[in-house]
Design a protein around this ligand. Structure first.
Ligand code: AMP
Length: 214
């Protein structure tokens, strides 16, 4: 099963993607996570990506495409994957369609987790991430057991540079301009499914599962 998660930054697509991956035994591939891992290791790709990420801009397509095509070649992708944060532009979507077509393949579902901008801004300003393992929390909706400390590893929780209010507004505007057109792109292929992302996390997940298992 090949699934693409669409939706604004902070719509909750990462959380849903992780649960889908666990339920169906397929890898969760997040380009944002891959960039952040590269940054942590100080690789040239990570340092280059940081320039864009910190401003809320998209990393250029050439860098992103090389990275993701490499990832698809891994053995664990044989039975499919759930993509979180890729594709994010029409050229990225077209490159993915072409790469799959070479093997007479296509994606199965593009799931749009729909959340209005006002809710996104509220959600993202409360988001916190673990400096060590990357686990994410929310000060109101999903707080850690001990304030400021990660439940998994005890490390410090911080607000990511790209979750700061001014960057969030920029990311939303980038989303509307560059990523939202993908909704029509996948609608055109008859692959688009929309879920209401303002509902409780568990409810959203149930809705997604019912779509995948119909
Ligand atoms: P995310 O964790 O998915 O919100 O991604 C964090 C940041 O990584 C984004 O704001 C972009 O700067 C960059 N990024 C992640 N995925 C992509 C992509 N497919 N294309 C370009 N930039 C990306």
């Amino acid at each position: 099963m090949k699934i693409i998660m669409l939706g604004a930054p902070g719509a909750g697509k990462g959380t849903q993607a992780k649960q889908i991956a666990a339920k169906y035994g397929i890898p969760h591939i997040s380009t944002g996570d891959i960039f952040r891992a590269n940054l942590k290791e100080g690789t040239p790709l990570g340092l280059k990506a940081k320039e864009y990420m910190d401003k809320g801009l998209l990393v250029p397509d050439e860098l992103t495409l090389d990275l993701i095509m490499d990832r698809f070649a891994s053995d664990d992708c044989k039975n499919g994957y759930v993509l979180d944060g890729f594709p994010r532009t029409i050229p990225q979507a077209e490159a993915l369609t072409k790469a799959l077509e070479k093997n007479n393949d296509s994606i199965d579902f593009a799931i749009d987790v729909d959340v209005p901008d006002e809710n996104i801004v509220k959600r993202m300003s409360g988001r916190r991430a673990c400096v060590s393992c990357g686990a994410t929390y929310h000060v109101v909706f999903n707080p850690p057991k001990t304030e400021g400390k990660c439940d998994n590893c005890g490390a410090e929780l911080i607000q990511r540079a790209d979750d700061k209010p001014e960057t969030v507004l920029n990311r939303l505007s980038v989303y509307h301009k560059q990523t939202q057109p993908l909704i029509d792109y996948y609608k055109g292929f008859g692959k688009l499914k929309t879920v209401d992302g303002t509902k409780e996390m568990e409810e959203v997940f149930r809705e997604i599962v019912s779509i995948l298992e119909k």
